[in-house]
Design a protein around this ligand. Structure first.
Ligand code: ZN
Ligand code: ZN
Length: 180
């Protein structure tokens, strides 16, 4: 049996005898077993198993492509964009490494806006056009971050910890995961 999520808690279950529609919140299936005998049919059971195994999203979640790598990830249907997979997820308060400078930054926010839409006023260009960002995708969501208080640049100066910097999300690597 092949299970495909349709959204809103509904799933298509394809079998060699035909395809059926399973509605998990309503606890219904369109197969004859369920319709005529009111049984908890094998299609409902199959969907429950696949949800438990993580093969299909639970009723409250939808499948979405990660904004960085397009990997399918299950997100709550009300989750704000951008959708990011576990590897690329960054959220407020995360420490991350800037791949260009090796500096550690503290994430303040993840914006749904793209690097080629957000302007850096002080340089009169977009985040995507900024010199050290040009090798990152223009459609990356923009992450705002600050340098943690007390951080030092290589030259020994201490950056202004209140200044917000904007990065394409794939330029930052979350510190705890060691992802590439
Ligand atoms: Zn059924
Ligand atoms: Zn990803």
């Amino acid at each position: 049996m092949a299970v495909a999520p349709l959204g809103s808690g509904r799933y298509a279950v394809a079998t060699e005898h035909g395809a059926y529609l399973v509605d998990v919140p309503e606890h219904r299936c369109t197969c004859p077993d369920h319709a005529f005998r009111g049984e908890r049919c094998k299609h409902l059971r199959r969907v429950a198993i696949e949800i438990t195994e993580g093969a299909v999203p639970p009723p409250s979640h939808v499948a979405a492509g990660c904004a960085v790598c397009s990997t399918t990830t299950f997100v709550h249907r009300d989750a704000p964009r951008p959708h990011l997979c576990d590897r690329h997820a960054l959220s407020r308060g995360d420490l991350a490494t800037d791949r260009e400078t090796g500096a550690t930054v503290l994430v303040v926010g993840v914006s749904p806006r793209r690097a080629d839409e957000v302007r850096i006023e002080s340089h009169d260009c977009t985040v995507a056009e900024y010199e050290t960002n040009r090798s990152y995708p223009g459609d990356d969501p923009v992450v705002t971050a600050v340098f943690p208080a007390g951080a030092e640049f290589d030259d020994g100066t201490t950056p202004d910890s209140l200044r917000l910097y904007s990065f394409p999300v794939s330029r930052l690597r979350r510190l705890d995961t060691g992802n590439e």
